[in-house]
Structures are given as C-alpha cells and as structure tokens.
Write a protein that binds this ligand. Structure first.
Ligand SMILES: [Cu+2]
Length: 126
C-alpha cells in the first residue's frame, strides 16, 4: 500500500512540475512527456481473453524486480506462474524478483471454460 501511495504522489508531483514547465513551452511537448511515467520501471502486461493470453512469451531479466500486471480483458481468468510466487485472479499486480534464469509456465488459474487447458504462456527469465 505504501508503494502505491509513493507512486501516486510521484505522479502528482510530476504532473504539477509538467504543468509548471508547460506554461512557457508548446502544449505538444507537455503531452509527449506525460506518457513517460507509464513506461518507467520493469513491468509486463498480461491480458487474458477467451481463451488465450495476449502474448505467448514474456521476457524479464533475472535479479531485477518486475511488476506483473494482469487483467482479464474478456471473461474471468487468473494466472499462476509455476515456480514463482504469483497468483492473480481477475486482475491485479504483483512485483517479483526472479533470481533464476529459465522458462516458467504461465497458466490460467480459474476453470474458465472449454479451452481453459489451452491457456498457457511462457515467462522467460534471462
Ligand atoms: Cu482458465
């Protein structure tokens, strides 16, 4: 919870700073820099639909914290990552630091329908 509070306040401070700087520069420049915070830090976005994930493979670096953002874009799904402490249902985020390089199976954790068993992706830790 503290983390989110920090991120939120950082965003607010950034927004205020951008607004302050924007007074003298052109509006286009402000818009471009506003998209920067979303890309900061290591994060992967996994989206589930009926019955697949948005990517077959997700790559992260070993030894670096990565935030896994999960969302059920269609239907009701969840994810577990075998060998890693990740279990998110419907939607949510979890930050992990995978230490060991390798390939980890990402599976749907909710019996979601006829092709539930086909829902699989790979997390590659390099
Ligand atoms: Cu499922």
């Amino acid at each position: 919870m503290k983390k989110w509070g920090f991120i939120l306040s950082t965003l607010v401070v950034s927004a205020v700073m951008l607004a302050g700087c924007g007074g003298e520069s052109k509006p286009q420049a402000t818009e471009t820099s506003q998209s920067a915070p979303a890309a900061s830090g290591n994060a992967i976005n996994i989206e589930a639909s009926n019955w697949k994930f948005n990517q077959d493979k997700f790559e992260v670096k070993a030894g670096e914290p990565v935030t896994i953002n999960f969302k059920s874009a269609e239907g009701f799904h969840g994810i577990t990552i075998e060998g890693l402490d990740v279990n998110i249902q419907k939607e949510g985020s979890k930050t992990i630091t995978p230490d060991k390089p390798g390939e980890y199976q990402i599976l749907c954790s909710i019996p979601c329908g006829p092709d539930h068993g086909k829902m699989a992706a790979t997390l590659v830790v390099k």
